[in-house]
Design a protein around this ligand. Sequence first.
Ligand code: AMP
Length: 224
Amino acid sequence: MNLIIFGPPGSGKGTYASRLEPKLNIAKISTGDMLREAVKQQTAIGKKVEKFLAKGRLVPDEIAEALIKEKLGELRGKGFILDGFPRTVEQARFLEKIIKIDAIINLIIPDELLIQKISARRSCSCGEVYNIANVNDTINGMEYRLAPVLPKKEGVCDKCGSSLFQRNDDKPEVIRKRLDVYKKQSQPVIDFFRGRIPFVNIHVNSTPDVVTERILSELTKLNR
Ligand code: AMP
């Protein structure tokens, strides 16, 4: 199964992609993780994209597209879930030309909760994500009960034992820019795909366990 997981920064794309990866036996492909790793390793691409990431801006389409093309080639036909790609209509057109996508999981969450959730995110270099926020709110008649996702030992990743950190672009001054970039450049991707591939619209208003089950059940319905 070839999937895209889409949504604003802080909606939980990385969390749900990580959870769906073993359940559906597909590979999680995160352009954000790949770019951060390139910056860390100071590769030629890493040096080129460093400033874009630090400022919360998108890296040039050609760079993200080349990363995805290479990664999809390595998968040799195994299913995947794309986290963070495509992020512009140009990237969506590119993807459509190179591979068939079975569905897009569209995560929906009100703006009011995003800044709160992003600033509470704690990440691991292995791709695991935790969140120390405890959201208990009713917005436009919908209840949001987002319990914290905590590691067993404070500050340490359950999966690999490394120390958790706050991403530089998860700090308040960069978050606003990323949300702005999302609205202007990434949201139009939704309109591009409407009517072209099946949509699974998911309100992120409960714990990751509950929301993951909801995604799986909606995906099963698509196959009927
Ligand atoms: P993420 O981890 O998905 O939030 O991505 C972190 C940062 O990596 C973004 O703010 C962008 O600077 C960059 N990035 C990730 N994916 C893409 C993409 N598909 N196109 C352009 N820039 C990207």
